[in-house]
Design a protein around this ligand. Structure first.
Ligand code: FAD
Ligand code: SF4
Length: 521
């Protein structure tokens, strides 16, 4: 009686619930590289290479432990190129009496998985994904009848539940739950962040990179700079490199951006966490140990732990609580198509150009670039949430819908009407100027709100506030920008709105934002 244990591409974890109680004599693990998963959006080439390489390494790891693995390669004859097709084929070939899996990360796959029992005629058991610190049941209970699902309160409960950075049952380390106010500095000119450790592609990864270049030549992005960890050992080394060299200043410069500094003091661990080769408990534990040993300050360690224990768990909870209706909401009625420069990076707006260029080359941009540059522009310009969600799913090595969607749809675009964030993360050029050095070398002038060289974030911001004034009047957190708008010279407001309209029309015609275009002023 063979039990077929299915391990998905983002489940390359030793402690996976689908592997619990595995009997090497009777059980077979199925891992399948399928085209459907590589192309349901046209993922960045590095994302596909990372997942396939992590899968091949994980299969070897299991085999080294004496586990029988049925591994189906992407270019293998007979591959049905769908997950369901490969489960059916394996169940029939092995005469499986039972199929065991771990709850998938994405709604689409969960729907498919629920049909595996009918498709194969074999009972299917779907186990909870215990790699997360908060189970979906626990999140549902927390959400309960609450009117507002604010991350901060969820995070405090998770701190109490796990004991992370706690001095007693209700006493946070340092007497404060949150050190966000200490974490908003721009990068001084004389500080150069240490370069993160790179993981040169080994033979397995090189083979996969050739496969990806051959099979998915039209997908976004380049493979040349591939340096992601693809095994648990490398992921641990990447975490260690972060804890030693970048964690101490992670908090202080968490919101900073700088030209030529694509990674600053960030951890670069989301891709490893999400594919399953790094355990979130281990990441939080390593950071806490650095704090207790006096190697990293509390504002940095609390900031890092909040991202993983708080935000990462919270967005997953929101995703499963609200799907599938969540992705169809469009609270701000945004419908404009995604401009071409999101793919090409061809724009004179220096902040956007930097974020998009590094996204193409590294499959990575840090949080503030995603939220306050590409996300903020999409929000202000009223870009269609579905198109923007697709873009974020395509372009990052760490992109999976359970984490991408709430961040993009909810946090960046406010398309969920405020489930995730009590007010839109909208900002003018002044914010980007304060947090970065991009404006110094930009063709636009961040100090101007109208005229040929006016920073588009400025007139788009005020146009956005004016466009949604009625809606925002009901939100006390939007009172300040509405008051400022009301006090402005109406002629200035009219000029900014006219320039915004011309700018947005030019975008729709496919023109890249550049200063001194007569059609834009
Ligand atoms: P660090 O800044 O070093 O943070 C440490 C870890 O905390 C991250 O690795 C991540 O696991 C976690 N984390 C931090 N912020 C968040 C957050 N808001 N939500 C969930 N986890 C968080 N993250 C993804 O993992 N996949 C995505 O597809 C994704 N899409 C995003 C889209 C938008 C529009 C925005 C605003 C954010 C998105 N994020 C996403 C969250 C965050 O930007 C990335 O996790 C982070 O930039 C990854 O880089 P890092 O590992 O260097 O993170
Ligand atoms: Fe970005 Fe405006 Fe600054 Fe240019 S001036 S870098 S467009 S914020």
């Amino acid at each position: 009686m063979t039990t077929l244990r299915v391990v998905l591409g983002d489940q390359c974890s030793d402690g996976l619930s689908a592997l619990e109680g595995l009997d090497p004599a009777r059980d077979v693990v199925l891992m399948a590289e399928v085209r459907a998963e590589c192309t349901y959006v046209r993922h960045h080439k590095q994302k596909i290479a990372l997942v396939l390489s992590a899968m091949r390494h994980f299969a070897r790891r299991l085999e080294a432990r004496g586990v029988r693995v049925r591994y189906v390669r992407l270019d293998e004859p007979g591959n049905t190129q769908t997950l369901r097709g490969e489960v059916e084929r394996a169940a029939a070939a092995l005469g499986a009496s039972r199929i065991l899996c771990t709850h998938p990360g994405e709604w689409r796959v969960a729907q498919d998985m629920r049909g595996w029992q009918d498709a194969t005629g074999v009972p299917v058991e779907i186990r909870d994904d215990t790699r997360f610190l908060c189970s979906l049941d626990r999140f549902r209970a927390w959400a309960g009848e609450r009117k507002q699902l604010r991350m901060e309160f969820f995070y405090r409960e998770m701190r109490r539940a796990t004991g992370l950075l706690m001095e007693g049952p209700d006493e946070p380390a340092g007497g404060q739950w949150n050190f966000d106010h200490d974490n908003r500095a721009a990068l001084p000119r004389d500080i150069r962040p240490p370069k993160p450790r790179r993981f040169a592609p080994d033979e397995v990864t090189r083979e996969v990179m050739s496969l990806v270049a051959r099979e998915f030549p039209d997908h976004f992005g380049t493979l040349d700079a591939f340096a992601w960890p693809v095994t648990a050992e490398d992921a641990e080394a990447a975490l260690d490199d972060f804890i030693r060299h970048r964690l101490p200043l992670f908090g202080t410069y968490q919101d900073a951006m700088a030209e030529g500094e694509p990674t600053l003091f960030h951890a670069l661990v989301a891709a490893a966490l999400n594919v399953g080769i790094l355990d979130p408990r281990a990441a939080c534990g390593a950071a806490e140990r650095a704090y207790r040993a006096g190697d990293a300050p509390l504002n940095a360690v609390e900031g890092f732990i909040r991202q993983i224990l708080g935000w990462r768990e919270y967005v997953r909870g929101i995703y499963w609580l609200r799907m599938p209706a969540y992705r169809d909401t469009n609270a701000l009625e945004a419908t404009r198509p995604l401009p071409w420069f999101y793919w090409s990076g061809e724009t004179d707006m220096a902040c956007l150009r930097a974020a998009i260029a590094q996204t193409r080359d590294l499959a990575y941009a840090h949080h503030i670039q995603r939220l306050m540059v590409t996300g903020n522009f999409a929000l202000l310009a009223g870009l269609d949430p579905a198109a923007v969600n697709d873009w974020y799913m395509v372009v990052y090595a760490d992109a999976y819908e359970w984490v991408e969607l709430p961040n993009t749809h909810g946090m960046a675009l406010h398309a969920d009407g405020g489930v995730m964030a009590s007010k839109p993360y909208a900002a003018s050029g002044a914010y980007i100027n304060r947090m970065s050095d991009h404006c110094r070398g930009c063709a636009f002038d961040v100090k101007q709100a109208t005229g040929a060289r006016a920073c588009p974030f400025n007139f788009l911001y005020w146009d956005f506030i004016a466009r949604h004034a009625d809606r925002f009047a009901r939100n006390p957190r939007m009172a300040m920008p509405l008051r400022t708008l009301a006090k402005m010279d109406p002629r200035k407001v009219q000029a900014m709105r006219a320039q915004a309209a011309a700018f947005l029309q030019a975008l729709e015609r496919g023109e890249a934002p550049a200063p001194a275009q007569p059609s834009l002023v």
